[in-house]
Design a protein around this ligand. Structure first.
Ligand code: ADP
Ligand code: SF4
Ligand code: MG
Length: 350
């Protein structure tokens, strides 16, 4: 017999879990620069959809705009332009009351396992807090919190411990349990395992993958490590300097990267690339990621792209549907089957 889902509350209205849960259209978030008059183009025209029940991975170097997308989805920052729809409704047009409701439905787990936990509260009290804040702390809901603790792999001896008595991995398990207390439909994990040791990362990821199915969650999983993001994601989007370079099903994107930036990330990942492939497709990234206050003209990747042509510095490549559920922004990739460029993948460029 399957155990009932340990939903902490039944007062939140049911959400239809078919189709897309989140749609981001032409999202731009430009911050006021701390110095100088040019804005920081943290996110500069991103469109993607998260399907119900899927884990969507967002990968890219530090500073590429991943966390800003997570924050815009949670409406913790206001978009400069573009739209975010949750369950078909525009987040920007929501009233304060609707937003409060929405915040229950969305939860976010950050990189630092410690900062989200009150050092003066026991683990069980930290887990109960979201229910108390929302006025949902019924005896039945509080009972289910214990069940949640066991679901994240922590036995009852952890109930009355304080955060400083837990390891980083255990604290992040508590943070995940805390994010599930209000029965969310969408979870944003922003570098949630990045601060953990590699072996602990794998344990927490595997535990989370099982919980995700059990809770019927949709997930935006943000990370800078391709192997980690790929391990857990159904589809991935590859960010560079505030824009998406490529998006598609994880296995296909890894097996056949269509964008030179994805190919470069992949060839830098020893664990996911067999040695023979690494030599054949090796693309070395040279130079620093440019400043988002002065992004390069045309294709933002052109100063670092080994395949750049004249058009790349003058014209922004279209965000193109290339078939097979894949999208790419490169002048030379027009279909999933077409050879992108005469020298693409050439060993001479390795
Ligand atoms: N509040 C802010 N004010 C100004 N610039 C910011 C702010 N938050 C982030 N940035 C800048 O926006 C860019 C994108 O940051 P972020 O979204 O955190 O990227 P990532 O998560 O991919 O590392 C970076 O250049 C960062 O320095
Ligand atoms: S558009 Fe040009 S610079 Fe950009 S990825 Fe394609 S080949 Fe490289
Ligand atoms: Mg970040």
């Amino acid at each position: 017999m399957t155990e009932p889902k340990p939903s902490a509350t039944s007062v939140v209205p049911a959400v239809d879990r078919s189709g897309e849960i989140l749609a981001i259209d032409g999202l731009k978030v430009h911050y006021k620069a701390r110095q100088g008059k040019h804005p920081v183009r943290a996110v500069d025209g991103v469109s993607l959809q998260i399907r119900r029940g899927e884990t969507f991975g967002l990968i890219g170097e530090s500073g590429s705009g991943k966390s800003t997308i997570g924050r815009a989805v949670m409406r913790l920052v206001e978009p400069t332009s573009g739209r975010v729809h949750f369950d078909g409704k525009p987040i920007s047009a929501m009233s304060r009351r609707q937003l409060k409701q929405l915040r229950r439905r969305f939860q976010i787990v950050f990189q630092d396992p410690t900062s989200a936990l009150d050092p003066r509260k026991t683990i069980i009290n930290s887990l109960r807090e979201p229910l108390e804040v929302q006025g949902l702390a019924t005896p039945a809901a509080l009972d289910r919190v214990d069940l949640l603790l066991s679901r994240v792999g922590l036995n009852t001896s952890f109930r009355d411990r304080y955060p400083h008595e837990l390891s980083g991995g255990q604290k992040q398990r508590v943070n995940i349990a805390r994010a599930l207390v209000l029965d969310p439909v969408l979870l944003v994990l922003d570098e949630a395992v990045s601060a953990l040791d590699v072996s602990v990362q794998a344990e927490v990821l595997n535990m989370f993958a099982a919980l995700k199915v059990e809770f019927g969650l949709s997930v935006l999983f943000i990370g800078h490590d391709l192997a980690v993001v790929a391990h857990i994601s159904d589809r991935i989007g590859v960010m560079y300097l505030g824009k998406l370079m490529e998006l598609g099903p994880t296995d296909e994107v890894l097996d056949q990267p269509l964008h030179p930036y994805t190919a470069a990330l992949r060839s830098a990942e020893p664990e996911v690339v067999p040695p023979s492939d690494r030599v054949r497709h090796r693309i070395l990234l040279t130079g620093e990621i440019p400043s988002p206050t002065h992004p390069p003209s045309g294709c933002v990747f052109h100063p670092r792209c080994p395949y750049a042509q004249e058009v790349c510095s003058t014209t922004v490549p279209e965000w193109r549907d290339v078939g097979d559920d894949r999208w790419v922004a490169c002048h030379f990739v027009t279909s999933v089957d077409g050879h992108p460029h005469p020298t693409w993948g050439s060993p001479a460029l390795g």
